[in-house]
Design a protein around this ligand. Sequence first.
Ligand SMILES: *[C@@H]1O[C@H](CO)[C@@H](O)[C@H](O)[C@H]1NC(C)=O
Ligand SMILES: *[C@@H]1O[C@H](CO)[C@@H](O)[C@H](O)[C@H]1NC(C)=O
Ligand SMILES: *[C@@H]1O[C@H](CO)[C@@H](O)[C@H](O)[C@H]1NC(C)=O
Ligand SMILES: [Mg+2]
Length: 259
Amino acid sequence: MLLFFFLASTVLAAKAQADFNNPLINNLIYLLRPRYGSGGGGNGVSCLSWRFGVETNNIIDWSTIPEKCELYVGNYMLGEQYRKDSEVVIKEAYLYATSLNLSKDGKDVWIFDIDETSLSNLPYYARHGFGVEPFNLTSFTEWILTEDAPALPETLKLYKSLISLGFKIVFLSGRYEKTRSATERNLIYVGYKAWEKVLLRKDSDKSASSLEYKSAQRKQLVKDGYSIVGNIGDQWSDLLGTDPGNRTFKLPDPMYYIS
Ligand SMILES: *[C@@H]1O[C@H](CO)[C@@H](O)[C@H](O)[C@H]1NC(C)=O
Ligand SMILES: *[C@@H]1O[C@H](CO)[C@@H](O)[C@H](O)[C@H]1NC(C)=O
Ligand SMILES: *[C@@H]1O[C@H](CO)[C@@H](O)[C@H](O)[C@H]1NC(C)=O
Ligand SMILES: [Mg+2]
């Protein structure tokens, strides 16, 4: 446990920007893996099976990760596997994108979710048990306002490829309007420098589920003449519902569930 807290604080000290490529952190993580790799050994479910269940949307409506999986999920997120799993998703998305012939009207859009898709909140979640603690909107909003979230490196690569192929990018996020300037500055700062739209939730909109909210926003895009050819997110609620897009791509996220 002590070693783990040491790891978490090392991550914070590194201020997130370089975390994904920090060999010190990666090497320490690998030392832990043989002992905690599948999070099994205790009573009941292995953490690897639990992760499979949540990534496939078989396990739904969960509010926190099992307490015994904190170390497993932390290792997964900070280690090499999260990166590798993301790379596979991005590679498929890129292959699909390059197989398309864009229409000439300039209305072909690719939707990007923000949290755990375009930007990583790992520095925040490392301080909050990688999803063991219940979600706290107040402290999470404070984190957003720091504008310190790093880019997910693979997603940023896809973004740049899509821009050069001629796609329009629409960021569609459940973040609230009151965080708009912080969110936009953070996006620009880490390399997402252009977009067609950044769609955020109205501050007063607290009722609809994310699935309903995102469906309504996409429906409006289609009504406005856009063609949603691709859509990438870390939650199934980003990718299900109305007008999800011709193809959807699911990034890993074993830390939280949004309906
Ligand atoms: C794209 O255009 C090329 C050349 O016109 C054509 O051979 C190909 O089948 C088209 N691909 C799709 C997916 O429409
Ligand atoms: C949520 O975060 C705020 C701000 O950091 C904190 O004051 C509050 O105690 C937290 N609430 C819970 C239930 O932990
Ligand atoms: C996307 O799907 C729509 C509706 O099914 C279809 O008309 C369109 O040709 C598709 N576009 C691409 C790029 O596959
Ligand atoms: Mg997300």
